[in-house]
Design a binder for this molecule. Structure first.
Ligand SMILES: Cc1ncc(COP(=O)(O)O)c(C=O)c1O
Length: 486
């Protein structure tokens, strides 16, 4: 196949150039029916491609033309047997992977630090999660991947598991030894489903961790929009044939996908794949160089430390993506969120996320040296202002506790519930999720028992101003728990 082709984008362009009279949705008809300020800002060119699944443009739900060809080219580029496009982000691709492999009562091995979409899928499937402990980095207060030993023990104890979920790489750019994990899982006949939200670029550069498909995984939900150059909300689900039936995956993806698929998102996937395949290596080299020089300069600022290869010391922290610039700010006596706010308010810089101890800056080939210079110079000023100030508080790293699951997440989600004060909920079984977003990893999920440690962790995040979300009560003073039978 010729990776220079962009069949879907070309089809849309030639359709738009013909200017057909459109008696179909969307009703804005090339933008003419849209609010003027928005129309002139976005531009008629983009709006003329905001089309719908009429016959000449193919249909994501049953592709036979340009979308089929675009997905085949993507499969070749990603090293998959089949690739399915998602216009609903990686979350939908993750939910599809899980629903396509497990059903009611089936065991699924899952690292506890998964994104909420995995847990949503488990609730929908009524599957039985067997949580595995990811390795924890107590210096940075973050979770890494699963060690090979942890996966092997989980499988030995649950040889009847129907799937294993792995995050590769994590939000912070750390990958486990995925090839060995895949070998162990396959020796039990268990397929490996990879959350590759932060790893679309990995398969296109040898300095980066292996991609899921390179490591032999069975499915990977991959955010092309996060780091691969497509538009927000566009992702792919890559599938390897063998343990997985690709036709069934396509059916499940279709069940979960809107019938009004965005052609702008689909076309952006088509062109991003071409760019990755043709120029990805050079573009990624540029991003890696930028990130490495930024890391060296930030590490030279007293009080700041960047996550780097020195943290790779096990099969759970096995390979590293240097374009994820995680900066520990705790030695300044402030939280990551404090630094996020200072960067926003005083320097017009926005970071990807912050937590109690770190900020995470994503460096891509869209960045410039001037952007990096601005970040480094802002961090120098912040560190100078806070490093030696009077009354500086000592920040102690605490990692969220792993609560015990006493009820299936689905039973707890659909149980009779009552509302109790968070502060008085110790020992109660959660009926909703609580997470800090980003990164969207639940602190508590339906079926887990609340502990004082989890409450302390949630309250610490709330006090720091971090975005704690999930419960019906947006202020998280009250939570929904399973009603006690009396
Ligand atoms: C680890 C991880 N998995 C999955 C997702 C979901 O991706 P999306 O936002 O494309 O739905 C995210 C989003 O931040 C994530 O961080």
């Amino acid at each position: 196949m010729n990776q220079n082709e962009t069949p879907l984008f070309d089809t849309l362009l030639s359709h738009a150039e013909r200017k057909p009279i459109q008696f179909h949705i969307p009703g804005h008809k090339h933008g003419r029916g849209m609010e003027n300020r928005f129309r002139s800002f976005v531009g008629d060119a983009a709006l003329s491609l905001d089309l719908i699944n009429i016959a000449p443009l193919d249909d994501l739900h049953h592709p036979t033309g340009a979308i089929k060809r675009a997905q085949e080219l993507a499969a070749e580029a990603f090293g998959a047997d089949y690739t399915y496009f998602s216009v609903q982000g990686t979350s939908t691709a993750i939910i599809a992977m899980v629903l396509a492999t497990v059903g009611p009562g089936d065991k699924i091995l899952v690292p506890r630090n998964v994104h909420k979409s995995v847990l949503t899928a488990i609730i929908l499937a009524d599957a039985r999660p067997i949580f595995l402990h990811p390795e924890v980095d107590s210096k940075f207060g973050i979770s890494h991947g699963l060690s090979v030993e942890c996966v092997a023990e989980g499988l030995a104890a649950n040889p009847d598991a129907r799937a294993l979920v792995v995050i590769n790489p994590t939000y912070f750019g750390i990958s486990a030894d995925l090839s060995r994990i895949v070998d162990v899982a396959h020796s039990y006949g268990v397929p490996v489903l990879v959350d590759e939200a932060h790893g679309v670029h990995t398969g296109f550069h040898s300095s980066l961790p292996l991609s899921a498909m390179q490591a032999g995984a069975d499915m990977a939900a991959t955010s092309v929009h996060k780091l691969g150059g497509s538009m927000t909300g566009s992702s792919v689900l890559n599938v390897r044939e063998g343990m997985i039936d690709p036709r069934h995956v396509q059916v499940v993806m279709s069940m979960l996908t809107t019938t009004s698929t965005s052609y702008l998102l689909l076309a952006s996937l088509d062109v991003a794949r071409k760019e990755l395949a043709e120029n990805g290596h050079d573009r990624i080299s540029y991003a890696i160089d930028l990130a490495l020089t930024a890391r060296a300069r930030i590490n030279a600022i007293p009080g700041l430390t960047c996550l780097d290869e020195s943290r790779l010391n096990s099969s759970a922290a096995f390979a590293f993506d240097p374009t994820k610039l995680t900066v520990s700010v705790k030695d300044l006596g402030v939280t990551g969120y404090d630094v996020e706010r200072m960067l926003r308010e005083n320097y017009n810089i926005e970071v990807e996320l912050s937590d109690l101890y770190n900020i995470l800056c994503i460096v891509s080939w869209g960045d410039t040296q001037a952007d990096i210079d601005a970040l480094v110079s802002a961090l120098v000023q912040i560190a100078d202002a806070y490093r030696d100030r009077q009354g500086k508080r000592e920040v102690v790293v605490r990692v969220p506790p792993m609560p015990s699951l006493t009820m299936s997440p689905r039973s707890a989600f659909y149980a009779q519930t009552e509302v109790v004060a968070l502060s008085e909920s110790v020992g109660r079984t959660m009926a909703e999720m609580i997470m800090v977003y980003p990164p969207g990893i639940p602190v508590l999920l339906p079926g887990e028992v609340v502990t004082q440690e989890s409450i302390d962790y949630i309250e610490e995040n709330l006090r720091a101003g971090l975005p704690v979300q999930g419960p019906d009560d947006p202020e998280i003073r009250y939570i929904k728990v399973v009603r006690n039978e009396s």
